[in-house]
Design a protein around this ligand. Structure first.
Ligand code: ZN
Length: 150
């Protein structure tokens, strides 16, 4: 079959276009625990650079640099790969609700959506366990879903 987005020919059972990454067949949404695990992996990856920043720059400046690092790491990987290294490690990625790659605007919106999911006493994250397409508040804010890639 041919990819409706880029026209590349793909295997009939392919879930993603090898050319542009578009979702081609029925998706499997990633649930709460696998996404929780991905978050822990990302936190572990960021521990060392955060400690280095905290030691190198004292006070508010260091804190702001750590916040900037979290933003650049997360939004950067989302835009480049659709997933942070933690999400890649567990085989999940973010797409728009219609299966397209997320762009910078959506990635940034989703990142700030994390703040909304956090200040709701984490109910925004728990929504993943209870909504049909396993979407957190941040997914509703950015128009995204998280799907399994394998
Ligand atoms: Zn394609």
């Amino acid at each position: 079959m041919l990819c409706p987005s880029c026209g590349q020919s793909t295997a009939t059972d392919a879930r993603f276009c090898p050319g542009c990454g578009r979702v081609l067949s029925a998706v499997v949404y990633a649930g709460f625990w696998i996404r929780f695990l991905a978050g822990i992996i990302d936190s572990i990856i960021l521990i060392i650079p955060n400690i280095v920043l905290a030691l190198a720059v004292e006070g508010l400046g260091g804190l702001l640099l750590q916040l900037a690092l979290g933003l650049v790491y997360t939004v950067g990987f989302w835009v480049a790969q659709g997933a942070t290294p933690g999400k890649m490690a567990v085989g999940i990625k973010i797409t728009t609700v219609d299966g397209a790659e997320i762009d910078f605007g959506k990635a940034l919106l989703r990142y700030f959506g994390y703040i909304a999911s956090t200040i709701t006493l984490f109910i925004g994250y728990l929504m993943i366990a209870f909504t049909g397409q396993k979407r957190g508040l941040h997914d509703y804010i950015a128009g995204t879903v998280v799907i399994k890639t394998r």
